[in-house]
Structures are given as structure tokens and as C-alpha cells.
Design a protein around this ligand. Structure first.
Ligand SMILES: [Zn+2]
Length: 139
């Protein structure tokens, strides 16, 4: 399967029960506010496996997102959506129009401001995700 020809992105939703600071690799110490964080990633050649990886509490920390999804104080994964036919930066661009990005998070290899976004509450999260997940492939 060639992931360049058939891109699949995924959206991972994390619940941050309380505000906290987390050291995220080379990005350093970052403040994360209470609420939800929406992460956009590339599914690679096995999107399901990639998405499931985030749900495991124990794993080597390889990507920025691993610093939030690993260990006893991790943010809780509450939702994940595979998005066949969508490129991650296209999805990130749409999210960036509505939600603040965490600067540089997950976007080391592209020009996006970030691939992680904060939604302060559930109503806002649902409002932003509904049209994104419901619309036809375009990005
Ligand atoms: Zn990007």
C-alpha cells in the first residue's frame, strides 16, 4: 500500500482532565490547558495500527504526541477517527481556522503552525469536528 497515493489521516482526541505542564522532547516545557486536545496525524501504511498505538499507555516516546499519551499521568484518549483520502496538513489547516494550535507540535516536517489543537470544552469540540468528519474528502 502506497501511503502517498492513498493518504489516510487520523484525528485523535485527548481529554486533559486538568491544566498541566509537560516536557515534550525538543519543544521543551509546554503548558496544556484543561479541556480537549485534537491531534492530526498521518496514518502511514497502516492507519489503524498507527491510531491504536496512541491508545497504549506504555510505548517508546518517538513522536511529540507520545509525551502526552504515555505514562500514568497521560491525557486520556477519548476518540479517534480515520480519515481515508485526507492529508494531515489539509485537516490541520481546517482545524487551525477554529482552534488554537500548540506551536510546532507534530509539525516538524511541514509548514503548519502545529498539528495539535486545543478545544476548551465539549460543545466547541463537537462543533468543530462534526463538519470535518462529515464532509467529503477534499484535503
Ligand atoms: Zn502540517
Amino acid at each position: 500500500m502506497n501511503d502517498e497515493r492513498v493518504p489516510t489521516s487520523y484525528v485523535l482526541v485527548l481529554w486533559n482532565q486538568r491544566g498541566r505542564r509537560v516536557r515534550v522532547g525538543k519543544l521543551g516545557l509546554i503548558r496544556f490547558e484543561e479541556g480537549f486536545y485534537v491531534y492530526v496525524g498521518s496514518g502511514g501504511s497502516n492507519p489503524l495500527r498507527r491510531a491504536q498505538r496512541h491508545l497504549k499507555p506504555t510505548k517508546p516516546r518517538h513522536w511529540h504526541i507520545d509525551y502526552l499519551t504515555t505514562g500514568p499521568r497521560r491525557m486520556r484518549p477519548v476518540d479517534v477517527h480515520l480519515m481515508p483520502g485526507r492529508r494531515e496538513c489539509g485537516v490541520a489547516k481546517r482545524l487551525a481556522a477554529r482552534l488554537p494550535a500548540v506551536k510546532g507540535f507534530g509539525s516538524s516536517d511541514c509548514r503548519c503552525p502545529g498539528h495539535l489543537f486545543h478545544a476548551s470544552g465539549l460543545p466547541l469540540l463537537l462543533e468543530v469536528l462534526a463538519p470535518l468528519l462529515g464532509s467529503p474528502a477534499s484535503g
